[in-house]
Design a protein around this ligand. Structure first.
Ligand SMILES: *[C@@H]1O[C@H](CO)[C@@H](O)[C@H](O)[C@H]1NC(C)=O
Ligand SMILES: [Cu+2]
Length: 129
C-alpha cells in the first residue's frame, strides 16, 4: 500500500474511533454518576436506595463514607445474600471513602465488609441495563 493522498491522518483515525464508540457504545457516552445513599452516603439503611432508579452499564456509583468505619466490597449474589465480604475475582476491597465504581451490565452487588454492617442493611444490589 502506498502513501498516496488517500492515506488516513491521525485526526481522522481519532474521529473514526469516536464515531465507532458513539455508534456501538452510546451508554459509555451518556454515562451517569450516582451518589449512593444521596446525602447520607454509604450508610446504614442504604439497602433500598436503588429502588425506583434506572441504571445502565457504564454508569458510575460513588460511595462516600469515613474510612475505616466502612468499606465497599463487590461480591457475587451468593455472598451478597449471606453477607460474605469476598471480593469478586479481579476486584479489591475499596476503602478510600470516596470510591467510584463503574457498573457492568446485569447484576452488581455491593456490601460493607466491616463488622456486621452488611447484616444491618449496608448492602445494595443494582441491576444495570
Ligand atoms: C460466589 O463466590 C463464592 C466464593 O467466594 C462461591 O463459592 C460461590 O459459588 C459463588 N456464587 C456464584 C453465584 O457465583
Ligand atoms: Cu459499614
Amino acid at each position: 500500500m502506498g502513501e498516496g493522498r488517500g492515506s488516513v491522518g491521525s485526526t481522522s483515525v481519532i474521529t473514526m474511533i469516536l464515531l465507532f464508540m458513539f455508534v456501538f457504545h452510546p451508554n459509555l457516552i451518556h454515562a451517569e454518576t450516582f451518589t449512593v445513599g444521596d446525602a447520607k452516603g454509604w450508610s446504614f439503611g442504604v439497602q433500598n436506595w436503588p429502588t425506583g432508579k434506572t441504571f445502565k452499564a457504564g454508569d458510575t456509583l460513588v460511595f462516600n463514607y469515613v474510612p475505616p468505619m466502612h468499606n465497599v466490597v463487590k461480591v457475587n449474589e451468593t455472598n451478597f445474600n449471606s453477607c460474605v465480604a469476598q471480593p469478586l475475582s479481579g476486584s479489591v476491597i475499596f476503602k478510600s471513602g470516596a470510591d467510584k465504581i463503574t457498573l457492568v451490565k446485569g447484576s452488581n452487588f455491593f456490601l460493607c465488609g466491616v463488622g456486621t454492617h452488611c447484616g444491618a442493611g449496608m448492602k445494595i444490589a443494582v441491576n444495570a441495563k
